[in-house]
Design a binder for this molecule. Sequence first.
Ligand SMILES: O=C(O)c1cc(=O)[nH]c(=O)n1[C@@H]1O[C@H](COP(=O)(O)O)[C@@H](O)[C@H]1O
Length: 307
Amino acid sequence: MINELVKKIKQLDAPIVVGLDPMLDYVPEQIKKAAFDEFGETLKGAGEAIWQYNKGIIDSTYDLIPAVKPQIAMYEQFGVEGLAAFNKTCEYAKSKGLVVIGDIKRGDIGSTSSAYAVGHAGQVQVGSKKYRGFDEDFLTVNPYLGSDGILPFIDVCREENKGLFILVKTSNPSSGEFQDQLVDGKPLYELVAEKVAMWGESHMGEDYSYIGAVVGATYPKMGEILRKIMPKNFILVPGYGAQGGKAEDLAPFFNEDGLGAIINSSRGIICAYKQDQYSKFGEENYADASRQAVLDMKEDLKKAFVK
Ligand SMILES: O=C(O)c1cc(=O)[nH]c(=O)n1[C@@H]1O[C@H](COP(=O)(O)O)[C@@H](O)[C@H]1O
């Protein structure tokens, strides 16, 4: 899948992933009304509303972008109905040719990581049959438990031609509390990056590894160092837009070949219709506002390459 992702990024000239993080408050009234008329103000109604909202965004942007990243918490809050919406969203995005990055941020002791990996990237055995519970192309994982927690994910990804993005330096304000701590004079995030580079060698694509890293757009100086430590690993970069990351800060995340990073924007795209600059679209045309926001993001990212 990493080769397909790289190919699509090149073809579309868009190192962009749209984060499908649907809070119910973001869903336009007309979609909520239709869902609640059918299923009532229930978890099922909420699941239907977020699915229809996502479908609109996918339909209006799939020809411009290589990938989407549904964040599972936004779905889990509605219980199994939310998870059904997550699954439908992943399946529909794939049917439109999009690469799906399942933002599940899992990681546990080995046996439990194995079950997570099977559930989201592999196939579970049921008697004589095998089934895919969920079926994302990439997963985000948390490396806090060490190799035991990561290797089961890599094993499944190797069998399935899938990949990972491992948290290295996260975009949030308190990410330094643990991640920046010095260990033998080196920040912890650098040690994790060295491990990601090493793990990545065991599952290589053509030019890049299937094993990538997550580094926040909000820490460009660290991004520059991490880019060098992990030259063959793709970096998923969240934090652009709603969290304050600017296009001008993104250059260090890319390699000389103009590749190596994919920039996420969630609220900046899916809630575009709520922003002043896109208010002319109106709530009913939220999906057109999202399309315009993707086009504007694409233009804006060009600044990252202006030397
Ligand atoms: O793994 C992630 O995607 C992630 C890592 C990180 O360091 N920071 C971060 O914001 N994210 C996710 O990226 C998305 C950012 O959303 P926006 O701030 O709305 O663009 C959310 O889904 C976050 O959960």
